[in-house]
Design a protein around this ligand. Structure first.
Ligand SMILES: Nc1ncnc2c1ncn2[C@@H]1O[C@H](COP(=O)(O)OP(=O)(O)OP(=O)(O)O)[C@@H](O)[C@H]1O
Length: 752
């Protein structure tokens, strides 16, 4: 028998190779002396533990063999063509870092930045396909200056305090372009690459030590190297790159098949691991920019809770059912054996969109509970209306109420947007059902002040709106959330048990006050009651709502993730620039930095393309898709994102006229060779290898109905939501990002 530890692969391996690697390790786990494996030591290696093994005729595995008593333990570094493998094997060393105790593989000769050829740039898609008369704009590159030198960092400090390898540090300081810098990082151990990335982003040494858990290690010279390695495997920064597979073939299969794409299942960042595993004495909020792994943390945390408390009732929820479905798929990938529960209130993990949770509670409520809830929310004891009021009908009802009622309100107040916000952030959360109650309720957080006479007029319109809906038996999702809250409150008032022990919430920036009141009732106040993942920069619905108002105390229990795993630094910079000019505030009203997110990946610059007309813009889009297809890009991993619903069908039809098949999001996502066209709203939580933001003109963004006829105080917030929408859409791209428009570009692109 032999044990195996897998080291995260820097070079991607294809399907055929994966099968061979699996078969090699399957044999090795059983018997490392099996003749076909050819496990051999090197002549004059830098590390005497290094071995090579025969994967096939051409490829050799590079391994390190550590003996624990009589049991061999192999650390698999990678597989390369024969000669390359021999070179790598001879020059690589498996060691425990003497400064911080992290296990790492150091290659004795890292690339020399002066002689390194920068990696082949991806050809700029669409370059030769430019339409006559089309104008192409690329964000201009600035002269590069080495950020580590700029910050006044001293190489010796990085070696002494952080434990970075001296040779790697030398190369980093000698880097003369961003490509050089990324090349050096690509060869460095994972934790060192992350530390360098943080240094380049301006993070100080002490903060990096904390983020990567690098403090507190004391090297014990009396301890054997084997023992040090065994202990180092437990270090959180080691776990970014090493995972113990042991002699378990199933674990081996998972890690090989998952490859780079499913690395999130195994190789967590030390901070992600902390947030997934640490217990908190109350509610906790995890913030972070798009793609920083908030969802990944939630999934790992749900697993940790389910495994450590098998009888606990865990609810994992998010804004929509589509997002909940993808949480469910993700959890299945992480651990298919976790106990699931079909309904909230039972042991196991229940996953559902927050509105579907609301509806489950209401369907399970007795007639008496329902009537009392109606009394509490609307002031009349009746059955809960059966029809759900959609956004379009709600708008229509508001407009009807505004027209039918006599009032003296100015247009900025007498419009559907303002009134609906007033209703959903003031009236409903305070369970107001009478004029007198509305006249005196505090309107904390609302931008526009209202005097008594305005409040009177507004209440008259609200009463008419409620009346129309009551006649037509309509009820909005927001009203339903308040009704479900009222049902749960009745039960707890009668001594009933809450429905959940732990509630984990994703995409929480978009939840409205009614959702928060409901979630607060779902689990009572105790340790680890609510774990909330949010990115206030991605708030594209509703108003910002301070959690403290709903009895959710996160003061002192709120942290932020900053390392982006999804998209390239180029796309990230571009997306963050789309937010420029907008003051981002988090849900507690604090300032959120509009930069400071870093990515471990680099790629081509985003491209901006203008076209003379809608038809020309479709030509541009068709050219990109054709070119990508010809380059071998799997078009099913391409997303074309538009601002408005009606544009979806127009783009699908337009592409059809140009001989290309595309589909809408409702048809599912995985038809080979077929890209998906969807709204930016729908793309939330998703990711694609390449993204085209289509139709980003002054006519489409900001959407007129969001920002016109809106009171000045509300307009800024509406504009911010439009910027956030662009940010959400741009951060869906893993690699390529293209932005197109016809006519004039949107002001949100910030072009002069
Ligand atoms: N530790 C990790 N190792 C490898 N990949 C990771 C890791 N953490 C996250 N990822 C990957 O990064 C991408 C973004 O992760 P995730 O969806 O959890 O981020 P998020 O913060 O929830 O993003 P968003 O807010 O944009 O929805 C996913 O493809 C995920 O698999």
């Amino acid at each position: 028998m032999a044990l195996v530890t897998w080291i995260k692969q820097k070079d991607k391996i294809d399907g055929a190779m994966k099968a061979k690697v699996y078969s090699f390790f399957e044999k090795l786990q059983k018997d490392d002396t099996a003749p076909g494996l050819h496990i051999e030591p090197m002549h004059t290696p830098a590390d005497p533990r290094v071995r090579t093994g025969r994967i096939d005729l051409n490829y050799r595995a590079v391994l390190f063999k550590v003996l624990y008593e009589t049991i061999p333990h192999y650390f698999y570094y990678g597989a390369w063509p024969h000669d390359e493998a021999i070179n790598i094997a001879r020059s690589s060393v498996l060691k425990v870092n003497s400064v911080n105790g992290v296990l790492e593989v150091i290659r004795e000769s890292t690339p020399d930045p002066v002689t390194t050829t920068p990696p082949q740039k991806e050809k700029k898609a669409g370059e030769q396909d430019s339409q006559a008369g089309d104008e192409k704009r690329e964000p201009s590159g600035e002269l590069w200056s080495n950020p580590l030198i700029g910050y006044g960092l001293v190489a010796a400090d990085l070696v002494k305090d952080l434990g970075l390898d001296a040779e790697i540090v030398d190369h980093v300081f000698a880097a003369s372009s961003e490509e050089d810098l990324f090349d050096v990082m690509a060869e460095a151990p994972e934790w060192q690459a992350t530390a360098l990335l943080e240094l380049a982003a301006g993070t100080c040494i002490a903060e990096i030590q904390e983020k990567l858990s690098l403090t507190g290690y004391v090297d014990n010279p009396d301890e054997s190297e084997e023992e040090k390695i065994r202990k180092a495997l437990e270090h959180p920064a080691t776990k970014m790159q090493f995972t113990f597979v042991g002699d378990n073939p199933e674990e081996l299969k998972q890690v090989i098949e998952g490859g780079d794409f499913d690395a999130w299942r195994t190789f967590l960042h030390p901070e992600q691991r902390i947030y997934a595993e640490r217990r908190y004495n109350g509610s906790f909020r995890l913030s972070g920019g798009a793609g920083t792994g908030k969802t990944v943390v939630l999934l790992h945390r749900a697993r940790m809770l389910a495994l450590s408390e098998p009888q606990s009732r865990i609810v994992l929820t998010t804004y929509t059912t589509t997002l909940a479905d993808s949480l469910s798929t993700g959890l299945g990938k992480l651990d298919a054996d976790l106990p699931r529960s079909a309904a909230p209130g039972y042991p196991g993990i229940y996953i559902g969109g927050v509105d579907s949770l609301v509806s489950r509670v209401l369907h399970g409520a007795t007639d008496v509970e329902q009537r009392r809830a109606m009394k509490e929310v609307f002031g009349t004891e009746s059955v809960i209306p059966g029809k759900v009021l959609d956004a379009a009908l709600a708008r229509h009802q508001w407009e009807a109420a505004i027209n039918d009622v006599t009032h003296n309100l100015e247009p900025e107040l007498a419009n559907a947007t303002f009134l609906q916000q007033e209703y959903e952030t003031v009236v409903l959360p305070n369970f107001i059902s009478s004029k007198d109650a509305y006249l005196t309720v505090p309107r904390t957080g609302r931008g526009t002040a209202l005097n008594r006479s305005k409040r009177l007029d507004i209440w008259t319109i609200i009463a008419a709106y409620r009346n129309y809906n009551s006649i037509q038996m309509n009820c909005s999702f927001v009203e339903l959330a308040h009704l479900a809250t009222a049902v749960l409150r009745q039960r707890t008032a009668l001594g009933g048990r809450c429905l959940a022990d732990h509630v984990l919430v994703d995409e929480s920036q978009d939840l409205h006050a009614g959702h928060w009141l409901f979630l607060r009732e779902l689990a009572d106040v105790h340790a680890d009651d609510l774990f909330i993942a949010e990115d206030s920069q991605q708030r594209i619905y509703g108003q910002k709502v301070p959690l403290s108002r709903f009895g959710i105390a996160i003061v002192g229990r709120s942290r932020r993730l900053t390392l982006n795993y999804r998209t390239t630094q180029q796309n990230l910079d571009y997306a963050v620039r789309l937010l420029t000019g907008a003051a981002m505030t988090d849900m507690e009203g604090g300032k959120v930095p509009d930069s400071g997110y870093i990515s471990a990946r680099t790629g081509p610059l985003p491209e901006e393309r203008s076209a003379g007309s809608f038809a020309d813009e479709l030509d541009v889009l068709a050219d990109y898709l054709t070119q990508w297809r010809d380059e071998g890009v799997a078009l099913e991993n391409v997303g074309v994102l538009v601002r408005a619903n009606y544009q979806v069908a127009k783009v699908v039809d337009g592409l059809k006229e140009r001989g290309l098949t595309a589909k809408t999001a409702s048809v599912g996502r995985d038809e080979p060779g077929i890209p998906t066209v969807m709204t930016m709203h729908r793309s939330k939580g998703m990711e694609f290898t390449r993204v085209v933001l289509f139709g980003i003109s002054d006519q489409a963004l900001p959407a007129k109905h969001q920002v016109s006829n809106v009171a000045p105080a509300e307009r800024a917030d509406a504009l911010l939501r439009e910027r956030s929408l662009l940010y959400v859409a741009a951060t869906r791209a893993r690699d390529g990002l293209v932005v197109t428009w016809s006519g004039k570009p949107s002001e949100l692109l910030g072009m002069k």
